[in-house]
Design a protein around this ligand. Structure first.
Ligand code: ACO
Length: 434
């Protein structure tokens, strides 16, 4: 149960004339939960919580977030300090090992990432099998799932050499992502280099070409590090919960991560950064009338939502969005780029933050609202945005998979339901059905 403690309080529940005492558990930052694990056995009742809005599925010591205060920390370190002072590799180490690396640990981890950067040559042929314009997330999830065919030792003992398996995955996903882009462009693959940092290596694999050598720009490398750090983990979001649910059946790391990649693909989750850019582009192409889109978002008869606004957990500013907004300004000015989509985004934000519809519903810009503009500035195409999100979220998924696996309270995930279909009725043979 990690750092959770059983508090002094209990919750009292009255059902069918009986009173049940439910323990209250308290997390390390003081958040409280009613422990209902014995409820069904004692009372026959289950709880109903569509979308798990009020359900804690586990105790976790990886990420703390307070959606009311806008606080996010990984392993106890504030996201602002990590984004300002660390590389993505340091933060990946922190998420997966629980502490920031020493210089020696960081060198060892970086060497592992360098050593495992290649993918098996047989796997490279997989890319030829996908039709042009295949969604990069489809390629990524199937390639990651296929990795366990190349490292079958994982199938027999999923925990053996887990540190290496995790480093292998973090390194190879970067290569797969860059190769899938090169294939989509019909350009020759650029292999990883041993002398480049994680992010510089990725950018080089994406953009270098025999006829147009890529010049690595420190501002761009820093921006990419920051973006990946900010996406590193976000406790029990849809894709992380998927990784845990899949892994709870004791399936190997690569298969579990592949399941998470598919969940992340959804437009309400990781697909939102792509959808934001599409929305901003559309507004721009229609002459910049952003107020029309605010009106559409507020119209109950219109299913349109202002993408990049609102969050299941944050009911104030998303702390990641504040950092990204600043990074966006920094990158664009360092690269001397002026992007009309950034102007539209800022105008939309300004108007929405004053509009009673958004204020009453606590709808603020989320992490995806500005990230696409940075990706665009550094040359990442829109259809790769969700892949970039997956690259950043990977250490978080791995950390949760490991934590779930080691949890003494582990059970296979198997929610209950309230059945509302027909009551038991007599079977009608085929010939008698009308
Ligand atoms: N634009 C307009 N109205 C919105 C928006 C939005 N972006 N988001 C929520 N609302 C409204 C809803 O219509 C609802 O209004 P109502 O009470 O009048 O019915 C109210 O706010 C509450 O919305 P819910 O859907 O209940 O909020 P929930 O917490 O379930 O959804 C979600 C969160 C999915 C992120 C939602 O805000 C949304 O669809 N946002 C746009 C997509 C997006 O940006 N997703 C990225 C999330 S961040 C991430 O995954 C990394």
């Amino acid at each position: 149960m990690g750092n959770v403690v059983v508090g002094q309080e209990t919750a009292e529940l009255k059902l069918d004339g009986k009173v049940y005492q439910l323990p209250v558990v308290v997390g390390s930052e003081g958040e409280k939960a009613i422990d209902i694990r014995a409820l069904r056995a004692q009372s026959g009742y289950i709880t109903l919580d569509s979308g798990f809005m009020n359900t804690g599925s586990c105790c976790s010591s990886i990420t703390f977030l307070d959606g009311e205060q806008g606080i996010l920390s990984y392993r106890g370190y504030g996201i602002e300090e990590l984004a300002e002072n660390c590389t993505f590799v340091e933060v990946a180490y922190l998420l997966d090992h629980g502490s920031l690396p020493t210089q020696t640990e960081l060198s060892k981890f970086s060497q592992m990432l360098g050593k495992y950067a290649m993918i098996h040559e047989d796997m490279i042929r997989f890319f030829d099998g996908y039709p042009p314009n295949s969604p990069p997330m489809a390629i990524l999830s199937s390639m990651v799932s296929s990795l366990c065919s190349f490292y079958p030792e994982m199938l027999d003992n999923p925990l053996e050499n887990i540190e290496e398996m995790a480093a292998r995955l973090i390194s190879k996903v970067r290569t797969i992502a860059a190769f899938s882009y090169k294939k989509s462009m019909g350009q020759p693959l650029v292999y990883p280099r041993h002398d480049l940092s994680y992010c510089a290596n990725f950018l080089n694999m994406m953009f270098d070409s025999p006829v147009n050598p890529y010049v690595i720009n420190d501002t761009v490398v820093r921006a990419l590090n920051k973006l990946l750090i900010l996406h590193g983990d976000h406790e029990q979001n849809c894709s992380t919960a998927t990784v845990r649910v899949a892994g709870s059946a004791r399936v190997n790391l690569y298969a579990s991560i592949s399941a998470g990649i598919n969940a992340l693909w959804g437009p309400l989750h990781g697909g939102a950064n792509q959808a934001v850019m599409e929305m901003l582009t559309q507004i721009h192409e229609e002459g910049g009338d952003y107020k029309k889109y605010i009106a559409k978002a507020k119209d109950p008869a219109d299913p349109f939502r202002l993408v990049g606004f609102g969050h299941r957990v944050y009911k104030t500013h998303d702390p990641r969005a504040l950092i990204i907004k600043k990074a966006c300004d920094d990158v664009l000015s360092a690269l001397n780029i002026s992007d009309p989509l950034l102007d539209i985004a800022k105008e939309l934000e300004e108007v929405a933050l004053k509009d009673p519809y958004f204020v009453e519903r606590n709808l603020y810009p989320n992490v995806d609202f500005y990230s696409g503009i940075i990706y665009r500035a550094i040359g990442i195409p829109t259809n790769m945005f969700t892949v970039m999100f997956a690259l950043g979220r990977l250490p978080g998924w791995i950390a949760h998979w490991k934590e779930m696996w080691d949890d003494p309270d582990w059970r296979i995930s198997r929610p209950r339901q309230v059945y509302v279909g027909p009551k038991r009725r007599p079977f009608v043979p085929l010939a008698e059905r009308t």
